[in-house]
Design a protein around this ligand. Structure first.
Ligand SMILES: [Zn+2]
Length: 193
């Protein structure tokens, strides 16, 4: 694996160290996500108003948080649970962006990436990072598809969220969710012991 790869200005060895620290282990998905983000930001006019949307909850959100100032907590990263390995980097003032996805028709040219990405193509265990990472870096240029897009509306909540107290539990919650908080309305994910 060449060390002369850069990901949004971060050299590959540094990217790998930060990936392990942040994500817990080296992840092929974050490596490929880094390639996708790098491709997007290369084409997007430089902006202090960067936002990113990922179309999957796995891997890509961590690549965004490692390589850009956009995080879940600051609201500049939005995550759609669509199961699509794609992302859009855009300027939240102009709404002009670059959407990046993969050309699945070319996956079969890269057998390890194909087996890693596509469960149906797998004959053995999922390839490990060290096996697939070199091929990811080789394949990225051919697999990654960038398109200029206009984001239909900025996705960060700019209005202050209206909150109120739930009549059942007394805790403050977002009013738009209804007259009871989600937990009291039947969506509780935990129970007091
Ligand atoms: Zn409640």
């Amino acid at each position: 694996m060449s060390v002369h790869h850069y990901f949004c200005g971060l050299a590959l060895p540094d990217f790998l160290v930060r990936m392990e620290a942040f994500h817990g282990y080296r992840s092929p998905g974050i490596l490929l996500g880094g390639c996708m983000l790098d491709a997007a930001l290369d084409k997007l006019a430089a902006t202090p108003y960067l936002n990113v949307v990922t179309e999957t909850v796995v891997c890509l959100p961590d690549a965004v948080q490692l390589l850009t100032p956009c995080t879940i907590g600051n609201g500049f990263l939005q995550i759609l649970d669509w199961g699509k390995f794609a992302l859009t980097a855009y300027d939240r003032k102009t709404l002009q962006g670059i959407r990046v996805c993969l050309d699945h028709s070319r996956l079969s040219a890269f057998p390890l990436v194909h087996q890693w990405f596509d469960r149906a193509a797998r004959t053995g265990p999922k390839p490990e990072f060290d096996a697939v990472s070199g091929e990811i870096l080789t394949a990225a240029g051919e697999l990654i598809v960038c398109r200029e897009v206009t984001v239909l509306k900025a996705l960060k909540e700019t209005q202050a969220i209206q909150t109120g107290f739930c009549p059942d539990c007394g805790e403050s919650y977002a009013r738009r969710l209804g007259s009871l908080c989600p937990a009291c309305a039947g969506q509780a994910y935990c129970a007091v012991r």
